[in-house]
Write a protein that binds this ligand. Structure first.
Ligand code: ACO
Length: 146
């Protein structure tokens, strides 16, 4: 498994992971445009054939803060430490930029991800009512970069 930045050839693999893991469908051009703002904030874990098996897409919208927009690992590669690798590297990159805090939103029903984030010292800071397009509530979670 290697960690690297996003490449245009990662489309369509990343949209396929997003469709399955996050049940969202975005225009493929979104990934390219988001990667240009903060290239180091878009991390891809790839298999030996360079096929992405997971990714974490962070953006910088608020001064000295990183927001994780999307984070997912292909279902056949979960519970092998790929998510941990991505999150640890992401936090290192936040430190390198002297970011103060990192935030994210997660479905209240997503117990697996909430437990994962809690293990990384994220805590719930807000309840976002009807945050998702299907009406589900979200939690906003955050942690100091430290
Ligand atoms: N054997 C057994 N268990 C292991 C091993 C191993 N070799 N390696 C890690 N684990 C355990 C970890 O301890 C961890 O336990 P936890 O559930 O108590 O935290 C668990 O497996 C997962 O750790 P990783 O393997 O590092 O993480 P993974 O690669 O499975 O990715 C993720 C975690 C991204 C949350 C994954 O479950 C996923 O893609 N879920 C679906 C998409 C999703 O919900 N994404 C987040 C939405 S919110 C947002 O996008 C902002």
């Amino acid at each position: 498994m290697t960690l690297r930045g996003f490449r245009p050839t990662d489309v369509p693999f990343i949209p396929a992971i997003v469709a399955d893991a996050l049940r969202e469908h975005y225009d493929p051009s979104l990934y390219q445009s988001l990667s240009t703002e903060w290239p180091d904030g878009f991390l891809v874990a790839a298999d030996p054939y360079e096929v992405p098996v997971g990714f974490l897409l962070g953006v910088n919208q608020v001064e000295r803060e990183a927001r994780i927009l999307m984070f997912a690992v292909d279902r056949n590669h979960r519970r092998m430490g790929v998510g941990t690798l991505l999150m640890s590297a992401f936090l290192d990159r936040c430190r390198a930029r002297a970011y103060r805090r990192t935030t994210l939103e997660v479905r209240v029903s997503n117990a697996t991800a909430i437990r994962f984030y809690a293990r990384f010292q994220y805590s719930v800071i807000d309840l976002l009512r009807s945050y998702y397009s299907d009406g589900e509530n979200g939690y906003q979670m955050a942690r100091d970069v430290g």
